[in-house]
Design a protein around this ligand. Structure first.
Ligand code: HEC
Length: 107
């Protein structure tokens, strides 16, 4: 049985993790436009899911790299390896990759 206190803490944590992700990582319309060159069916919703997954799955072993901090070639090299490390499903991998590539390509 989970106590009311614990539930409250969980609630506060989940609200914090959604509302306060740094704007640096937040997907913008410019990212959607840039990403559409590679993924014509790209939507803002996909990027929003991508950034959440990125925060959830990729920050436990090292801090999160900013999308532009890593070159496209290095992302392409590291992402398949990190898919294994983070034990991502194909769907999660796709969303995280779309997010990182779009943000990386945006001006
Ligand atoms: C289980 C631990 C673990 C998880 C989870 C993890 N990483 Fe890593 N990551 C590492 C280690 C260890 C290295 C450095 C060693 C290497 O090159 O393999 C690394 C290196 C990297 C690098 C290379 C940085 C550079 O210096 O060029 C990138 C980019 C990266 N990770 C992205 C990610 C992404 C994206 C995810 C989520 C899908 C992720 N990581 C999840 C352990 C992890």
């Amino acid at each position: 049985m989970i106590s009311a206190n614990k539930l409250f803490v969980l609630l506060v944590l989940s609200v914090l993790s959604v509302c306060c992700s740094p704007t640096l990582y937040k997907p913008t319309l410019a990212d959607v436009e840039a990403g559409k060159k590679t993924y014509p069916d790209l939507t803002m919703e996909q990027l929003t899911r991508g950034v959440r997954l990125y925060g959830d799955k990729c920050g436990s072993c090292h801090s999160l790299y900013k999308p532009k901090e890593i070159t496209p070639a290095r992302w392409a090299e590291m992402l398949p390896e990190m898919k294994q490390k983070a034990m991502l499903t194909d769907k999660e991998y796709e969303l995280i990759t779309r997010y990182l590539k779009s943000k990386n390509a945006a001006p």
